[in-house]
Design a binder for this molecule. Structure first.
Ligand code: WTA
Length: 649
């Protein structure tokens, strides 16, 4: 149970001016949402969105679970993020870019407007990109990535960003699934002081397939030599010069898709999570304000990559909709040394710093006292996302980085939720380390059983969201059946299907929610989501492999690492199997999918009906004692054999 004493109270000075200054204020908002759900959302939608035509209905549930928000309302997200700020923020820095090699560029809202308008014109006039077309971005962390996103939003094209760590094969799959018309990429960028390449991966992807692509637009960042396909490849830096900086924005419907973002689930191939325009941008802005409390001259830094949802919502859309200054960083926080991030905080007087537990663990391990060498007094709010944060990392982050005066917002959310769901509020919530605390006002979460029964305090259960919310996923691109099944197929409450996140959670007597982790077959490596099914499919490409099972295994730095069990086909001996499988994973998915452990076993633990008992494999990977009943296995003796092999490996 949470006792007042074990909680970290908000800094009273900070709370005074916070958006949500107390738990009373929190409850006032949340009770308003409980009493009048649509009225609650209407109030914020009217306040925050520059409607070009009014909506008729706040929430349309008639075609559940295909919920619609702000039906028939008209807006444009690039107007939300740029144009409407020009009256009073034209000269304010919108994007503060720092390159890997220390080069800094400050892009004002006026400049952002010019560059986004030019890029929108380029896409429209040179490549015929129009409303509804899909545009794939395979980009480094440079401002042009944000321009491209906003240019798409301006002309109504749907962007689909593929993280630069994904392989050519994975890029090709995503291009094909979305039937994209154009790819925007860069020659490459810089990491740890050295140039690296991206364009070659696009070339390879288009060699493998991706026939829908008509053009590749290449931003020159590092000017490394690259291959050039005449007629297909186009030089952004040259073409952009002659574009007009006036491109009237398209009038978009609330429900028009803003972007797709592919993410892994427990089965099958990655799915294209489809987000809306109005609901998404509303919640992106509201959570940026509430959770990070950005205001005035704040400088907000989210260290994610734009290839992940965190980069979408909290590098680009949320901060810009809120009219703040957002930092974009090309490099890694440990180069040239473990003080890089802290030096950036000092140099730019960063006020909010948002990162992943993995990064905190690395920074802690590599430079425990490093933060003390820098002036970090500008910091007000620290945030984490992507995985549970362990108490040791939390404590260091709180005491050494935040000087025991900054709240840590441990934000739980997902690609599918579009924005934060459960998180402390920096001016209100008494914080329990490692605990995501409470659902935000307007969000109705419950911890349920598969039968839809609420769990008691202390009892772990399935983390569900029982009412639709504006920034929720709208569909899986091209696969509405899968959308229904993946998110609304497992849990129903009072007969009504509810959104199940795939995570387990537990609440204490005071209602504090702690995330337990995924209960499905999704692995979280350094905050990167990967499906075991996807990894298994890649491993099966090796023709000496008869059977494979993939599980997650706890890892000090990465949170989880990939652990693979393989059974070779009879008569096959493959001395180099481990390297070969890791090469395959790098080719099929990307380097992030490489396994730490690959062991060859004589068989897998299966029930008589042929189902692989992953729980047993998870216990073995963790060197835990097997407590499950193994008598129902087809061959119980296999467990001992696997354990012995695992121990020797
Ligand atoms: C996990 C990232 C514990 C969780 C925004 C979720 C977390 C998955 C937290 C989504 C947190 C995210 N504490 N676990 N604060 N935040 N997760 O789609 O398992 O890349 O389902 O979105 O990350 O990962 P995704």
């Amino acid at each position: 149970m949470s006792t007042e004493k074990s909680l970290y109270q908000p800094n009273p000075e900070f709370a005074k001016n916070a958006y949500i200054p107390s738990m009373d204020a929190y409850w006032e908002l949340q009770n308003r949402a409980i009493e009048d759900y649509e009225g609650f959302w209407k109030g914020f939608a009217d306040e925050k969105i520059d409607w070009l035509a009014p909506y008729d209905k706040v929430l349309d549930e008639s075609n559940a679970p295909f919920y619609e928000w702000f039906t028939n309302g008209k807006l444009n997200v690039s107007n939300q993020c740029i144009d409407r700020h020009l009256a009073d923020k034209a000269d304010k820095t919108a994007i503060l870019f720092e390159g890997d090699r220390g080069d800094v560029e400050k892009i004002t809202y006026a400049q952002l407007s010019q560059r986004v308008n030019k890029m929108a014109n380029l896409l429209k006039n040179e490549f015929g990109v129009t409303k509804g077309d899909r545009v794939v971005l395979y980009m480094p962390m440079i401002p042009e990535a944000a321009y491209a996103m906003l240019a798409c939003a301006r002309i109504g094209a749907v962007h689909s960003i593929v993280f630069g760590g994904f392989s050519a094969e994975a890029l090709k799959d995503r291009i094909e699934d979305a039937q994209a018309k154009i790819v925007i990429t860069a020659d490459g960028a810089y990491r740890k002081g050295k140039p690296y390449l991206l364009k070659n991966v696009v070339d390879d992807a288009l060699f493998r397939g991706g026939e829908s692509i008509e053009a590749v637009l290449v931003v020159k960042r590092n000017n490394e030599p690259i291959e050039w396909v005449e007629g297909r490849d186009h030089n952004y830096n040259e073409l952009i010069r002659s574009q007009s900086d006036v491109c009237p924005f398209e009038i978009m419907d609330s429900e028009d898709p803003l972007f797709l973002l592919y993410t892994s689930g427990s089965t099958g191939k990655p799915k294209g999570v489809q987000h809306s325009s109005a609901g998404f941008i509303l919640w992106a802005q509201m959570t940026t304000e509430w959770v990070f409390d950005v205001k005035g001259d704040d400088i907000f830094w989210c260290t994610a990559d734009v290839g992940w949802i965190t980069g979408h919502t909290y590098i680009v859309y949320g901060p810009l909709a809120a009219g703040t200054t957002t930092v974009m960083f090309e490099g890694v926080p440990i180069y040239p040394d473990a003080g890089r991030a802290w030096k950036m905080v000092q140099d730019h007087k960063i006020t909010q710093f948002y990162t992943a537990p993995t990064a905190i663990r690395v920074l802690h391990k590599m430079g425990k006292d490093e933060p003390k060498k820098y002036d970090l007094s500008s910091l007000k709010v620290l945030g984490t996302v992507g995985e549970p944060i362990d108490p040791a990392a939390w404590k260091w982050y709180y005491e050494t980085v935040g000087n025991s005066k900054c709240a840590i917002v441990d934000t739980w959310w997902q690609t599918e939720t579009g924005g934060h769901i459960i998180t402390p509020l920096p001016g209100a919530t008494p914080i329990k380390p490692g605990c995501a605390t409470f659902a935000l006002p307007g969000i109705m979460t419950e911890i349920l059983s598969y039968e839809g029964i609420s769990k008691e305090a202390g009892e772990p259960g399935l983390l569900c969201i029982t009412k639709p919310w504006p920034s929720m996923i709208r569909n899986i691109w091209g696969d509405p059946e899968r959308y229904k099944k993946a998110y609304f197929g497992d849990v129903a409450k009072d007969g009504k299907p509810v959104y199940f996140s795939g995570d387990g959670a537990v609440a204490d007597e005071a209602g504090y929610i702690t995330i337990v982790g995924r209960v499905d077959d999704v692995i979280n490596v350094s905050g990167h989501r990967m499906g075991t099914a996807e990894i298994e499919a890649a491993v099966k490409e090796d023709n000496s492999v008869a059977e494979v099972a993939v599980v997650g295994c706890p890892h000090d730095i990465k949170g989880e690492s990939i652990f693979i069990y393989i059974v070779l086909k009879e008569g096959h001996i493959n001395a180099d199997i481990k390297n070969h499988i890791n090469e395959l994973l790098a080719t099929e998915i990307g380097n992030i999918a490489k396994a730490d452990h690959i062991i060859e076993v004589p068989g897998l633990p299966k029930t008589r009906s042929g189902k692989i008992m992953r729980r047993i494999l998870r216990s073995i990977a963790k060197h835990e004692e097997i407590t499950q009943d193994i008598s129902t296995l087809e061959d119980p003796s296999i467990v001992k054999q696997i354990e012995t092999t695992a121990r020797e490996a």
